[in-house]
Design a protein around this ligand. Structure first.
Ligand code: 5AD
Ligand code: SF4
Length: 512
């Protein structure tokens, strides 16, 4: 049995009594946290250069790393249908928006994009527009039947149906598939790596989330939690290694909850046969398998939920050098009252105990957070407790948000969004400032030390500098000299800001 750090009973786990579902995020990769736009191309050289009449798709992704990763599944499915991509809107036969519903602002941004695309449609009557991802799931028929602003609506579990749906829209019909699945994990699809630097890649290991945090729309949009066959995960890892990738992030809404027992929903594990139960693979087992399989590849994972993180996972992290010492561990609030209202399944004390255990086993482990301010009923005292918890932990970095009421969530149905906007704004500013102070404390800890940096790209600030990340997930920049993208380099840190380490390479690190 997995040793739990937080062994609080999970009573009332699914207050919504809904066919649960989810999403979650990592850190300095595109995440829900960093709602932003990434334009992607499916570049099949052959298609682009040899066949000018191939249909072209333009894909824009918003929101979490899971969406980004899903767009790579979509790209793979579409390339088999003969689609190539374009980054030019005017060249597109099909525009796909992979959407995010996590906060109202994300949806507003996407709606503005839809308006723009519909203008283009007026000048190109053959152009088709499709919505993928969480907004597709949340708004379903509304976009296609009521508002008539898209031709295609496809939910996160229906991407394999895209070829059929596209056939429909090519005949001039509108098409929709928003069915959520019990077992779809896309384990049989090799993602088409988009916008890749050939160094970092995501491997999706779970889909959906059963946590049902009361503020979160994701359980409604991404289906119930299910895990992917470990064999297919290891194959993907091997394939990435062969292609020269150096770092992978195991991705899921709640990776620590990973559980493979031959397929099926996590919630149905108790119904599995004894043999299936006893041979089940949990997250620490999976992590160890990945670490052993590719000892030269750096392994990260995201996101962790405090109540599901086991001591075994932390021990495995400590045991294998190629598993990075960073845990993204959202806390959302420092107040027990608010944590309870959020249905977070852990108390402030349990969270801090977990942090202590992590630091006992891996003293240098960096921890990052997600925090929401202005949740219904949050008083000044609750807010102070969040600031106080931040003081105790001194996170390396974090993602902070004003509460945004989402239709259909328990918080929207049962609680009054009663913290006014100026208060939300001020509280957000206070935690952001505090986080900046803590980030600087954390980056300063690296001064005069030698860290291993995996070079990812040219620094945005100077063409003469490389940019990469150290083991703890902090960005480091240093003069290029003769090093190259994909090299693991030992870098002596001489200076820093709150977000970046600045240094000088002293040689290749032993991981090369
Ligand atoms: N309002 C504000 N932030 C939210 N998040 C999730 N739902 C909401 C919401 N309704 C934040 C949480 C989560 C992160 C991915 O987004 O902090 O961890
Ligand atoms: Fe699941 Fe809660 Fe994360 Fe939403 S915030 S995806 S419900 S763990």
């Amino acid at each position: 049995m997995k040793e739990k750090i937080l062994n609080k009973e999970r009573k009332n786990r699914n207050p919504h009594f809904v066919n649960g579902k989810t999403t979650v995020l990592p850190t300095n990769l595109p995440t829900e946290n960093q709602v932003g736009k990434i334009t992607q191309r499916i570049d099949t050289e052959d298609n682009t250069t040899k066949n000018p009449h191939t249909k072209r798709v333009y894909i824009e992704s918003y929101g979490c790393a899971m969406n980004f990763s899903d767009s790579e599944i979509v790209a793979s499915v579409l390339s088999k249908k003969g689609y190539t991509t374009t980054t030019k809107l005017d060249d597109a036969d099909l525009i796909l928006l992979n959407t995010c519903s996590i906060r109202e602002k994300a949806e507003q941004t996407i709606r503005k994009r839809l308006e723009k695309f519909n203008k283009i449609k007026k000048t190109n009557k053959f152009l088709k527009i499709g919505i993928l991802g969480c907004m597709a799931e949340r708004l379903k028929n509304k976009l296609i039947e009521e508002e008539k602003i898209v031709d295609l609506v496809v939910g996160p579990d229906a991407y394999k149906d895209l070829p059929n749906l596209i056939d429909e829209i090519e005949k001039g019909q509108r098409a929709i598939n928003v069915l959520l699945s019990k077992d779809e994990t896309y384990s049989d699809i090799t993602p088409y790596r988009l916008n890749s630097n050939g160094i970092n890649a995501f491997i999706s290991i779970t889909r959906g989330c059963d946590n049902m945090c009361t503020f979160c729309v994701v359980p409604f949009t991404r289906g119930r939690e299910r895990s992917r066959d470990p064999q297919s995960i290891l194959e993907e890892l091997n394939d990435l290694s062969k292609k020269g990738y150096k770092e992978v992030t195991l991705l899921g809404q709640n990776v620590d909850s990973y559980l493979w027992y031959g397929g099926g929903l996590k919630k149905d594990f108790h119904k599995a046969s004894e043999i299936k139960k006893s041979t089940a693979i949990n997250f620490s087992n999976l992590l160890e398998k990945c670490a052993i399989k590719q000892p030269k590849i750096r392994i990260r994972f995201s996101t962790s939920n405090p109540q599901d993180m086991s001591l075994d996972v932390i021990r495995i992290m400590a045991k294998y050098e190629n598993i990075c010492n960073h845990i993204h561990l959202p806390v959302q609030s420092g107040s027990n009252k608010i944590l309870n209202e959020m249905n977070r399944q852990h108390s402030r004390e349990e969270y801090l105990e977990l942090i202590n255990k992590i630091k006992d086993i891996i003293p240098d482990c960096s921890i990052s957070q997600d925090i929401i301010v202005g949740f219904p009923g949050e008083t000044e005292e609750d807010h102070k407790q969040t600031l106080d918890l931040m003081e105790t932990v001194k996170y390396s970095f974090g993602y902070m948000y004003k509460y945004s009421e989402r239709p259909g969530t328990v918080a929207q149905r049962k609680l009054l969004d009663d913290v006014d906007e100026p208060t939300k704004k001020r509280r957000l500013q206070e935690i952001v400032e505090l986080q900046q102070n803590h980030s600087l404390i954390r980056t300063k800890e690296f001064l005069n030390k030698v860290v291993e940096v995996l070079i990812e790209k040219t620094s945005k600030k100077s063409k003469l500098y490389w940019s990469g990340k150290n083991n703890e997930n902090t960005v480091a920049v240093f003069p290029k000299e003769n090093y190259n993208v994909g090299d693991f380099v030992s870098v002596k840190i001489t200076d820093c800001t709150s977000a970046t380490l600045i240094g000088r390479a002293i040689g290749y690190s032993k991981n090369n």
